[in-house]
Design a protein around this ligand. Structure first.
Ligand code: ADP
Ligand code: ASP
Ligand code: MG
Length: 416
């Protein structure tokens, strides 16, 4: 059994869907599960729909139309015949969306978010499954929510491994080509849940784990894992191999090519992860495996933009001790801030984090009651693994440094 994951970028238009078929043709698709994300930027577009719904905006309908139009254009390109049942399938997804908004009474943003955002994956997989059948690649469409069970922590649900494992064991046909959605699961009441943005890589890992797959492959618009994000760094180099440990570290620090939760289930069963280019499927890409040496051994650069740096000091010059620190962390957790770096001295405490859910103002208000607070928004956090002098100076040069922290293998620098 092999598990493939195709992300939004790989299926952003009809050409992408055709390319997915070409990749399957080239590498083989027996005993295969293909996990697919929403097409292109559909998830972002649905986030706008959800916001419009909650804010009672008149733009609600036009934002839904944008999503509809985008998918219809892809359909028209893939299926010449507009009587093909897929047109009805997709129209009915939009009916379901309308009817959900019509009947919903829940004021819980996170709950509503998860009920709506999954339409992106449901549409992409329906289109791709139908298209593959249309061109003769027999396959089965699966509703992932019948397999992946989670708690009801909407927008960042936790997998119930026992139930997920037993459902996959009982109901999955490993002999054929299966197509399913990334990112989604369902809770005990069968409401849709999601695993966190970009969570489809994790879905692939969950299935690989439960199916004892031979390998998992995530198909990307880059040749594999590079030593830097090519959008921000010149001359990024392909890493031919890295260990699970290295991949976990890179993903944790923000190398967005792999979702951080992906590695842990794979590593537990030592299932190799391949990161390959969907444009050059014949190339080896990156192999992530047990004890693999990083090859070539070069510094790896990660940048996270739009972070927040908050520095706190006590109002009365007293020490910042465990009690204050535990209170600060409680607040960070309460406001769902994703903490990147912390640094403390006798009377000050600095923390760099991501304002994921736009709770910064409320957090700051809370903190100001207790501490003297200085905050910087839109700062960049650079992490360099396996750093050397040259790597550090290439990051620091020409920037205002706000914080710097070194460990044996990793340096982190916050700049304005
Ligand atoms: P998907 O379509 O699967 O969601 P993403 O767009 O999330 O794919 O991930 C691929 C992108 O990750 C690349 O286009 C690249 O800009 C970015 N990226 C960030 N860090 C790295 C890295 N170290 N190596 C390769 N790509 C990286
Ligand atoms: N479609 C979801 C997102 O954009 C999940 C994923 O792409 O992995 O976050
Ligand atoms: Mg993505």
């Amino acid at each position: 059994m092999q598990v493939f994951k195709f992300g939004g970028a790989s299926v952003k238009n009809a050409e992408g869907v055709k390319n997915l078929a070409a990749v399957l043709q080239q590498v083989g698709y027996e005993n295969t599960l293909v996990v697919v994300s929403a097409m292109g930027k559909t998830t972002n577009a649905l986030e706008i729909v959800i916001k419009n719904y909650f804010d009672n905006k008149p733009e609600l309908q036009s934002s839904i139309q944008d999503v509809k139009k985008y998918h219809n254009e892809i359909l028209l390109d893939l299926f010449e015949n507009t009587h093909h049942p897929i047109f009805k399938d997709i129209a009915s997804v939009f009916k379901d969306l309308d009817s959900f908004f019509g009947r919903n009474k829940s004021p819980d943003y996170n709950f509503v978010y998860d009920q709506v955002i999954g339409f992106g994956e449901l549409m992409s997989t329906t289109i791709i499954s139908r298209y593959l059948n249309h061109i003769g690649f027999e396959n089965k469409w699966l509703d992932v929510r019948e397999f992946i069970k989670t708690d009801d922590y909407y927008r960042r649900a936790n997998v119930n491994w026992e139930q997920t494992q037993s459902r996959i064991k009982a109901n999955f046909n490993t002999k054929i080509l299966n197509i399913t959605q990334g990112f989604l699961g369902s809770d005990a009441n069968n409401f849709t849940t999601t695993l966190g943005r970009e969570g489809s890589d994790y879905t692939a890992a969950i299935f690989a784990y439960c199916l004892n797959a031979e390998s998992a492959t995530i198909w990307k618009d880059v040749p594999g894992v590079l030593n830097a994000d090519p959008r921000y760094f010149e001359n990024a180099r392909l890493l031919n191999s890295i260990s699970y440990r290295e991949a976990i570290e890179l993903a944790f620090y923000g190398a967005s090519v792999i979702h951080p939760k992906t590695l842990q289930p794979l590593q537990q069963k030592e299932i190799p992860l391949f990161v390959k280019s969907f444009l050059e499927p014949e190339n080896a890409g990156t192999r992530v495996g047990k004890g693999m040496k990083i090859e070539p051994n070069v510094p790896c650069f990660i940048v996270k933009k739009d972070q927040v740096l908050v520095s706190l000091s006590s109002l009365d010059f007293s020490y910042i001790v465990e009690e204050n620190i535990s209170e600060i962390f409680k607040l960070l957790h309460h406001y769902k801030m994703k903490v990147d770096v912390i640094q403390n001295s006798a009377i000050s405490f600095s923390v760099c984090f991501e304002n994921t859910y736009s709770n910064l103002e409320r957090l700051l208000q809370h903190l100001k009651a207790k501490f003297k607070v200085t905050s910087y928004e839109n700062v960049s956090l650079y992490t360099v693994r396996h750093y050397n002098e040259q790597a550090i100076s290439s990051v620091e040069t020409g920037k205002e440094l706000l914080l710097k922290q070194l460990t044996q293998e990793t340096i982190q620098i916050v700049t304005k």
